[in-house]
Design a protein around this ligand. Structure first.
Ligand code: C2O
Ligand code: CU
Ligand code: CU
Length: 471
């Protein structure tokens, strides 16, 4: 969108149009189920160091209890809902066999992984029903919180909604020796945030006809309704993943306390950044650290952001519904752990924009990118390996993601990014126009190209996606 045109469109939004929307939002009753607390489910850990290879992951139908005693029809990896957290170590390859026990095709995409297109798990890497895919992940990238989920053209939204998603963590020398909280499930806790509809405690299946973006009223974490977690009286690290189909959130603490952001999608920040709130669009990950040393219970609050919250629509944010998402309680019987955060976390080599020889522009339309829709037989562009590129995404309300590497944000609407965004990322909510710098180290051929797309899963399924090669 040209800026003159943009200015016109913005001014064409008189406050009189916004008022009814605001009123509607204030009264729209989005309720959290009024049930007792359930202990937060922690996905089982498969540590690649201590497990026999190959690791077996079965993709199957299940029956999951979001609320103790009430079963819902779901899908999961090795379990009923979601999948195990796979912990990997830099430069130590992990071999996994994925067996598809569903009656439909699926793929397993390693979201955030720097891997060749041939093992990226995009729409071309199909695993037919009853087939097994054998993949060896090289794990060459730095410590980061990644995830895996289906990426099958037209069915991604439904399959993820049913429960197919899991964490894929990479650790390295640095992350393991820094002194960060890193005891899985104790002071290093993954939180997959999703929104679902429950009727009498039962999760409602994905609608028969795909909606434009499925936004549901009730939040769950790691497949737990009304979760509570008990933690030691020390620093606690949460690895937040917005695994929702379409919803974005703004998180903060019930006491408005400061917490620390230590990592974005692709790795640790250079230093912890003190924040009081954090917005996350679908597909994004952030690691945060809470100080629980005062022993007080705190709640993680999520504001359910409106469908559009970019530019002028940001005026709606204060009016959006808030829900208590997770109760964090100190358990005095747990031994105390980490007391202080390291001052420096990582060394980031920042790309220089004048070294970018290729510029690309992505104009995100209502359901297209640069006027094009996904066509499995079309390669939308070709990238040369190891060359720095500058991409400009003019995207408004669509979280943009691309496969194969991590990027750095150069600017947002012409301004440098905030310290909390000065790290490695692979999803960005453009909030106007965002410029990113990126480089690809792996190959993606025409047979197995990389994807770029909107991470609202319905938009992705409806074709808001394209493919590119790296050679
Ligand atoms: Cu999380 Cu192309 O995906
Ligand atoms: Cu991805
Ligand atoms: Cu979108």
């Amino acid at each position: 969108m040209k800026s003159a045109e943009k200015a016109f469109r913005l001014s064409a939004w008189p406050i009189s149009c916004l008022l009814p929307a605001i009123v509607l939002l204030c009264f729209s009753s989005v309720t959290q189920a009024n049930t007792p607390f359930n202990d937060l489910l922690i996905p089982p850990l498969i540590d690649s160091k201590h497990s026999n290879t190959p690791i077996h992951i079965e993709i199957r139908n299940g029956q999951h209890e979001f609320q103790t005693g009430i079963k819902s029809a779901t899908k999961g990896y090795n379990g009923n809902y979601l999948g195990p957290t796979i912990r990997n170590y830099r430069n130590q390859p992990t071999r996994i066999q994925f067996s598809n026990k569903l009656e439909e095709m699926t793929t397993v995409h390693g979201h955030g992984l720097h891997v060749p297109g041939s093992i990226d798990g995009g729409p071309q890497n199909k695993i037919p029903s009853n087939a097994t895919l054998d993949v060896t992940y090289p794990n060459q990238q730095q410590a980061s919180t990644n995830w895996y989920h289906p990426h099958i053209m037209g069915s991604t939204a439904r399959q993820v909604h049913a429960g197919l998603a899991g964490f894929f963590l990479i650790e390295d020398e640095n992350s393991l020796t820094l002194g960060l909280p890193n005891t899985y499930g104790v002071d290093d806790i993954p939180l997959a945030v999703q929104d679902r509809t429950f009727v009498e405690g039962r999760m409602q299946p994905y609608p028969k006809i795909m909606p434009h973006d499925l936004r549901e009223p009730t939040l769950i974490i790691n497949g737990t309704l009304n979760p509570r977690v008990k933690v030691p009286r020390s620093l606690v690290r949460f690895r937040l993943l917005n695994a929702s189909n379409a919803r974005s959130y703004e998180f903060n603490l019930s006491n408005d306390a400061t917490f620390y952001k230590i990592a974005t999608e692709g790795g640790l920040l250079e230093a912890p950044v003190a924040i009081q709130s954090l917005k996350m669009s679908p597909g994004e990950r952030n690691e945060i650290v809470l100080d629980m040393s005062d022993g007080q219970t705190v709640e993680l609050i999520a504001k359910l952001l409106p469908k559009k919250y970019h530019s002028i629509f940001a005026v709606l944010i204060p009016f959006s519904k808030k829900v208590s998402m997770l109760r964090v309680e100190v358990d005095e019987t747990l031994p105390r752990r980490t007391a202080t955060l390291p001052k420096t976390l990582n060394t980031i080599h920042f790309y220089q924009p004048d070294e970018a020889t290729v510029h690309r522009h992505f104009d995100i339309g209502e359901m297209d990118i640069n006027g094009q829709q996904m066509d499995m037989s079309v390669i939308n562009f070709r990238v040369e390996k190891d060359i720095l590129e500058l991409w400009t995404i003019d995207g408004g309300r669509h979280p943009f993601h691309m496969h194969g590497t991590s990027f750095q944000i150069l600017s947002r609407n012409g301004k440098p990014p905030e310290p909390e965004e000065r790290g490695w990322k692979d999803v960005v909510y453009p909030n106007g126009e965002v410029s990113i710098l990126l480089k690809f180290q792996h190959e993606a051929t025409e047979e197995f190209p990389y994807m770029y797309h909107c991470h609202i899963l319905e938009h992705e399924d409806m074709g808001m996606m394209g493919q590119f090669t790296v050679e």
